[in-house]
Design a protein around this ligand. Structure first.
Ligand code: FAD
Length: 346
């Protein structure tokens, strides 16, 4: 790796990305730039060689599958800082730099006495990536706690602030996965933590915790601990086994389609949605096709949760994609449902 001396804009060449993605997949960035502020991003946009080159924005690499060496310049977002920006009667508004780790930020808000993010504890990655797929877990999505965010346009270098409507949040989706993909860098996120706080417990595994402990009115720290325990029991730690969490989105089907499937497979795990559609548990569909614990090449399906694909050691991105396609084909063959990958495939 060789550094080029441009003040305050560290440009690295030939960077090994294996430790910068949670799957531990092999890939090399021809150029990687670490940006710590909007000003540095503007300098990158104005850079004579790199300004016009295609860019790929990288946070913690926990939702990316590298299938080859990226052609784009990797922009590694390292904007830091956390602060309370406003105290309203109905909410605390906190602002966090995009490069801050998400889980540490959740823990920090609780330490400050501003609960609301505890159901999203232990999700790996950076704060800046949280709006990109509108991260969600255990009954809470980022959009439920979102106030606004700052972006820098990668073509013009202009900064802008976007509210919830402009972000077009959906289920594991936002404008940053669509029209603005690769075009804007999120530099800061502001979250709205509701006052008064109430626990969100309407999720099967949390209801079980309430029953097990007999604690029907847990405080936020208790919910945080419960979430961490539930997640540690069923998800592999990327530091030990390479993975990107859920590999597929839970498919949403019409009530009629769901009834057809229930007629054939009465056990199917499904959740009715407010609009009348039904969300199916992708992990159940994959498990029903016999994939749990299976391996293709050096990529496999996690033994405790069929929705998680894992690196069994030395896997390439191509092996992961081959396994993912085989799973998609068998789920389509049996249920007529197309599973959509959740991570970004590069
Ligand atoms: C064990 C495990 C469990 C997980 N559990 C969950 C879960 O419960 N719920 C959930 O929703 N997700 C989950 N994930 C997925 C992942 O943690 C989240 O998607 C996370 O937000 C990704 O953050 P990151 O910084 O690693 O993003 P990266 O993987 O680096 O990037 C993901 C995408 O966001 C874009 N991006 C990143 N930073 C920025 C930025 N600052 N500006 C613009 N675009 C950006 C990238 O270009 C890429 O398209 C899990 C992953 C793992 C490994």
């Amino acid at each position: 790796m060789q550094g080029i001396a441009i003040p305050d804009l560290p440009i690295e060449k030939g960077v090994n990305l294996r430790t910068l993605n949670a799957f531990g997949l092999p890939a090399v960035a021809h150029t990687l730039v670490r940006v710590r502020s909007d000003a540095e991003l503007r300098r990158l946009v104005d850079h004579p060689d790199l300004g016009r080159a295609p860019k790929f924005v990288l946070g913690g690499g926990s939702n990316v599958v590298f299938t080859r060496d990226p052609q784009a310049v990797i922009v590694k977002v390292e904007v830091t800082g956390r602060r309370l920006v406003e105290q309203r009667d109905d909410a605390w508004i906190v602002e966090v730099g995009a490069g801050e780790p998400w889980h540490d930020t959740v823990a920090w808000t609780l330490e400050q006495g501003w609960p609301g993010l505890e159901n999203l504890a232990l999700i790996p990655g950076s704060v800046g990536a949280a709006p990109v797929q509108n991260i969600g877990a255990y009954g809470v999505e980022l959009k439920d706690r979102f106030e606004s965010l700052d972006v820098v346009d990668l073509v013009t270098g202009r900064s802008a602030t976007l509210g919830p409507d402009a972000c077009r949040f959906g289920y594991r989706d936002s404008v940053f996965k669509r029209a603005l993909a690769g075009k804007s860098v999120i530099t800061r996120v502001r979250m709205r933590l509701p006052r008064p706080w109430e626990p969100v417990l309407g999720y099967l595994e949390l209801e079980r915790k309430v029953q097990e402990t007999g604690n029907a009115a847990p405080d936020a720290a208790t919910v945080f601990d419960w979430i961490c325990a539930i997640r540690r029991a069923k998800l592999p730690d990327p530091a030990v086994i390479g993975n990107v969490g859920s590999f597929f989105k839970n498919p949403v089907v019409s009530a009629e389609q769901c009834r057809d499937i229930i007629d054939r497979d009465p056990e199917i795990v499904h959740y009715p949605m407010p609009d009348g559609s039904v969300k199916l548990a992708a992990g159940w569909l994959i498990d029903a096709c016999g994939w749990k614990g299976k391996t293709i090449g050096r990529a496999g399906v996690y033994e405790k949760q069929a929705l998680v694909l894992v690196n069994r050691g030395g896997a390439s991105g191509a092996e992961v994609v081959t396994l993912a396609r085989a799973i998609q084909e068998s789920v389509y063959g049996r249920f007529g449902i197309r599973l959509e990958p959740e991570p970004v495939v590069v």
